[in-house]
Design a protein around this ligand. Structure first.
Ligand code: CP
Length: 308
């Protein structure tokens, strides 16, 4: 759900929404004058209940570049530990002056719950296996920088699709911009076809690699463990990891992406992380600019709504 003041997922998003944010992110990357005044005096609170390096840091940098103040809500040291309810916590943050919260949580739907208790802006920084909208936008920006118009370009997303919030958001953003999206993984880790209403699925990596313009390798989520009926992570890595040999089947122009963090030697050969065709560092850099665009858009709208 994407509303005027929240960024919760891309599930119901339309093409103009993604185009506008990608275009604004490109403007920020090129250097927007006086960008440090755009959110001056606004307060953005990071609520990360799960670990993060890229998303948390780049949201903080994005907020600060726009002139906002970034505060870290340390959940383990907060009064949540003393039994304060989520509703009261959000009320407290609002009373202190928070305009936006950026939340990551292991439960799908947690940011949507926060949005019901918080009259400011809520950004989803990753909820369970559901959504990671700004990763989807950062990946869309990376693809647009590489190819321009994505019409007819094929994006192949490989790995544990079923448990990946990145797969859903990156696939949706690329699809909205005109790309053909193909999901590849073991049958038990694929959605039913057509996935999410638009993506094709395959379990044949060797057959899928040569036709892809971009290959997005997913992280094996070792920390979430596996359940009895699911294939062990090592087996998935052996069958679906991108080795040097497998990467030679990619088209010469094709790029390699990964949302990070990378399990080197599992889903991706260590030598490929910084290979010429890798755009992994671009994805991280682009995360700052799409988060600037998203904060500006949602806080701008929130401003107008709450001014009434
Ligand atoms: N891609 C991503 O979400 O990375 P972090 O977990 O480091 O934020």
């Amino acid at each position: 759900m994407t509303t005027a003041c929240h960024l919760l997922d891309l599930d119901g998003a339309q093409r103009p929404f993604v185009e506008t944010l990608v275009s604004r992110a490109r403007q920020f990357k090129a250097g927007v004058p006086n960008q440090g005044l755009r959110l001056r005096g606004r307060i953005v609170v990071g609520m990360f209940f799960e670990p993060s390096t890229r998303t948390a840091t780049s949201y903080a940098v994005a907020a600060q570049r726009l002139g906002a103040v970034w505060l870290d809500f340390r959940s383990e040291e907060s009064s949540l530990r003393k039994g304060e309810s989520l509703e009261d916590t959000m009320r407290t943050l609002r009373a202190i002056g928070a305009d936006a919260v950026v939340v990551r949580h292991r439960e799908a739907g947690f940011p949507h719950l926060l949005a019901r208790h918080f009259p400011g802006s809520v950004h989803n920084a990753g909820d369970g296996a559901h959504a990671h909208p700004t990763q989807g936008l950062a990946d869309a920006l990376t693809l647009v920088e590489e190819f321009g118009d994505l019409t007819g370009r094929r994006v192949l997303i490989v790995g544990d699709i079923a448990h990946s919030r990145v797969a859903r958001s990156s696939a949706k953003a690329a699809h909205l911009l005109g790309a053909d999206v193909v999901l590849c993984g073991p049958p038990l880790l694929l959605p039913s076809q057509p996935a999410w209403g638009f993506a094709a699925c395959t379990s044949d990596l060797e057959a899928a690699l040569p036709g892809a313009d971009a290959v997005i390798m997913l992280r094996l989520q070792i920390e979430r463990g596996t359940h009895g009926e699911l294939p062990p992570a090592d087996d998935v890595a052996r069958a679906y990891g991108l080795t040097l040999q497998r990467s030679q089947a990619m088209a010469p122009h094709a790029i390699l992406m990964h949302p990070g963090p990378v399990n080197r030697g599992l889903e991706l050969a260590p030598e490929l992380v910084a290979a010429e065709r890798s755009r992994i560092a671009h994805q991280v850099e682009n995360g700052v600019y799409v988060r600037m665009a998203a904060l500006e858009r949602t806080l701008g709208h929130a401003d107008r709504e709450h001014a009434a």
